[in-house]
Design a protein around this ligand. Structure first.
Ligand SMILES: [Zn+2]
Ligand SMILES: [Zn+2]
Length: 147
């Protein structure tokens, strides 16, 4: 399920760029604040993000041949550029995506929602009975009734 993530603060992008023949290397950090819904209580919350990257950019290969295979070994950190342009917007989106937690939580001890009535248990309580009858206790009750 894709989560709706919004960028809620100005993005700061700082990097060093080095060029080695036709390959660029970008080493830097991107910082911002993201807003996303908590996976437990569904309330939006904000999370500061600081993501370091070390990326290589190769010119987009027009002839696929030997070169392609070399790149595959390292394809997590290798991207392509076209027309002498590196797409920094794309770079930032990818870094934000990498920075996202698997299970975003508004706080570690988020109480989530009541499964019965949907009350946000961080904000209030409800009177739903969320316990279950322990079958061992049920057996004991029965025993008592029979004796
Ligand atoms: Zn939450
Ligand atoms: Zn409830």
């Amino acid at each position: 399920m894709p989560i709706a993530v919004a960028v809620v603060a100005p993005v700061s992008l700082a990097f060093d760029i080095t060029k080695d023949s036709l390959q660029f290397r970008l080493v830097g950090t991107v910082r911002t604040t993201l807003e996303m819904p908590c996976s437990r209580c569904l309330e939006p919350f904000i999370m500061p993000v600081e993501q370091a990257f070390d990326l290589r950019y190769q010119p987009h290969a027009k002839n696929t041949g030997e070169g392609e295979r070399e790149i595959e070994e390292d394809d997590l950190t290798t991207a392509f550029y076209e027309n002498d342009e590196i797409d920094l917007g794309q770079l930032m989106r990818e870094q934000f995506y990498l920075a996202l937690p698997m299970k975003p939580l508004c706080r570690d001890d988020c109480q989530g929602l009541c499964v019965v009535c949907g009350t946000n248990l961080n904000k209030g309580t409800c009177t739903c009975k969320r316990e279950w009858d322990d079958p061992r206790l049920a057996a004991l009750k029965k025993l008592k009734a029979e004796s």
